[in-house]
Design a protein around this ligand. Structure first.
Ligand SMILES: Cc1cc2nc3c(=O)[nH]c(=O)nc-3n(C[C@H](O)[C@H](O)[C@H](O)COP(=O)(O)OP(=O)(O)OC[C@H]3O[C@@H](n4cnc5c(N)ncnc54)[C@H](O)[C@@H]3O)c2cc1C
Length: 448
């Protein structure tokens, strides 16, 4: 049980104690809460919203599935998920599409993932955290974190929706606040990613055309002149569609975000065809300027998880997996820091290496996937020395632990560089065009 006491006679501010205070109950925060509560720590998980709540990020990766088993939520997620066996890339420049099946990746035991409604998925995780013994408090926003001298932990100010203020005393703080980046903001550590700059506009439709059989749940990625679209079929018949566009394109908007989005879809003929008989069933939302990372992932008594640490372009559907995997690494590090302080330094360094690996491996592809050489490789994949299997393992999220993909992935990158050199003029033109595309640092679209 958490310790709690009233601070003064009026009862206005409560003081409560925890071993670990987690800011944010998304996939990262709830995963960390489950794992740390299971290890006997007194965990407080504060979430500013109330689940179920909408969140974007509905396409999951196969590498996430063993973790669902470990967290004890696999059956619940299977029940709400749409099976996703592959990812289709549709290229107007090649006039065709290429489908990658996860069953063809290096590891043959992770052949599928799920598409999920995040309102359901995130609620499963946060309720599991409560069942495993974490104190879960919703409608409660963390306002301020004050770190105490040495290894004394921190004081955390939180405010509930009804105005109740609580001061928490905690030995360790985990920031899993997602794109709110509570600690990175407070520490002045957040840096916009200058190598990638785009915005997203998205909504849910009903009546979109689905592929038959086992392909019904595949994600489709449609490239077009100003960026790319996702098409994510959900289990209840709805389809999530989003456009990720370069900043200059968002500046051309002279109508509502809804009309802008619908007009943008019409620029992509194969996607427009699949939506010809579909209608919007949600508001159209927009998110601007959205790739960043924090200069640090941890300190003496805090760690940053998931989007609270870094956000990369969602083209490979990596966000939820990176967030949950960071929570596994974070829980391991926090457990060591609390139980064995002499090993804290090594544990936090190990955690930091995990945090950097995910964004680094995916970003290598994200920065290049709009390049014609990379698109050629995606459209004509060959499995020379298992390079296609290695690429598919990245697309499946199998990049942590003792995976044997690295030599073949290195060869894939070598082929990419050799092809770029062989088409030098095209490569230079693509590099110039990319510089122009990411050039506008102020671009954003707001929902209206
Ligand atoms: C346009 C777009 C498309 C995406 N598509 C995909 C996709 O297809 N697949 C995929 O895997 N990922 C996708 N992502 C990324 C994915 O949404 C995130 O990576 C993932 O949600 C990160 O999980 P998290 O737990 O770190 O943060 P979140 O899921 O954002 O959770 C953070 C939680 O913290 C709470 N919070 C924030 N501030 C406070 C505070 N001060 N006090 C208390 N609580 C607070 C929030 O309410 C929220 O519930 C997409 C992202 C975007 C923007």
């Amino acid at each position: 049980m958490m310790g709690a006491q009233v601070d003064d006679a009026s009862g206005a501010a409560l003081r409560r104690d925890a071993d670990v205070l987690i800011i944010g109950g998304g996939p990262a925060g709830s995963t960390a809460a489950i794992l740390l509560a299971e290890r006997g720590h007194r965990v407080a998980l504060l979430e500013k919203a109330h689940h179920p709540r909408f969140h974007i990020g509905e396409s999951l990766l196969p590498a996430n599935l063993p973790l669902f088993e470990r967290l004890g939520v696999a059956d619940q997620i299977r029940a709400i998920g749409m099976e996703k066996w592959g990812a289709e890339f549709v290229s107007p420049w090649h006039g065709r599409s290429e489908t990658f099946l996860f069953a063809d990746a290096w590891r043959k035991d992770l052949p599928h993932a799920y598409q999920v409604r995040r309102s359901q998925f995130d609620e499963i995780l946060i309720r599991r955290a409560a069942r495993q013994g974490a104190t879960v408090i919703e409608d409660c926003r963390v306002r301020q974190v004050e770190f105490l001298e040495g290894a004394e932990g921190a004081r955390v100010e939180a405010e509930s929706e009804d105005g109740t203020r609580v001061t928490w005393r905690t030995r360790f703080v985990i920031d899993a606040s997602g794109r709110d980046t509570v600690l990175a903001n407070q520490l002045g550590a957040k840096r916009r990613n200058k190598q990638h700059n785009s915005a997203a506009i998205y909504a849910h439709f009903r009546g979109a055309e689905r592929y038959p059989g086992s392909r019904a749940g595949d994600i489709s990625i449609y490239w077009f002149d100003h960026g790319w679209f996702w098409f994510i079929p959900l289990a209840d018949g709805a389809t999530s569609v989003g456009a990720v566009v370069w900043p200059y394109y968002t500046r051309t908007r002279s109508c509502s975000v809804r009309d802008f989005f619908l007009a943008t879809i019409q620029m992509c003929e194969p996607l427009a065809a699949r939506l010809a008989h579909a209608h919007l069933v949600s508001d159209v939302e927009a998110t601007g300027n959205y790739s960043y990372s924090s200069e640090l992932s941890c300190g003496t008594n805090y760690v940053l998880l998931g989007d609270a640490y870094a956000f990369i372009d969602p083209v490979f559907s990596s966000g939820v997996w990176l967030a949950m995997n960071s929570a596994v690494a974070g829980a391991e590090a926090v457990d060591t820091c609390l139980k064995n302080p002499a090993r804290a330094g090594a544990a936090l360094r190990r955690f930091d290496r995990t945090m950097q690996r995910g964004p680094r491996e995916f970003s290598w592809f994200i920065y290049r996937v709009t390049n014609p050489t990379m698109r050629d490789l995606f459209m004509h994949p060959r499995n020379l020395l298992r390079v296609k299997e290695a690429l598919l393992s990245v697309l499946a999220g199998d990049i942590f632990g003792a995976t044997p993909i690295w030599p073949s992935l290195g060869l894939f990158k070598g082929i990419y560089f050799a092809s770029s050199l062989a088409n030098l003029r095209r490569s230079l033109a693509a590099a110039r065009s990319r510089r122009r595309n990411i050039a506008d640092p102020e671009a954003s679209v707001s929902s209206s």
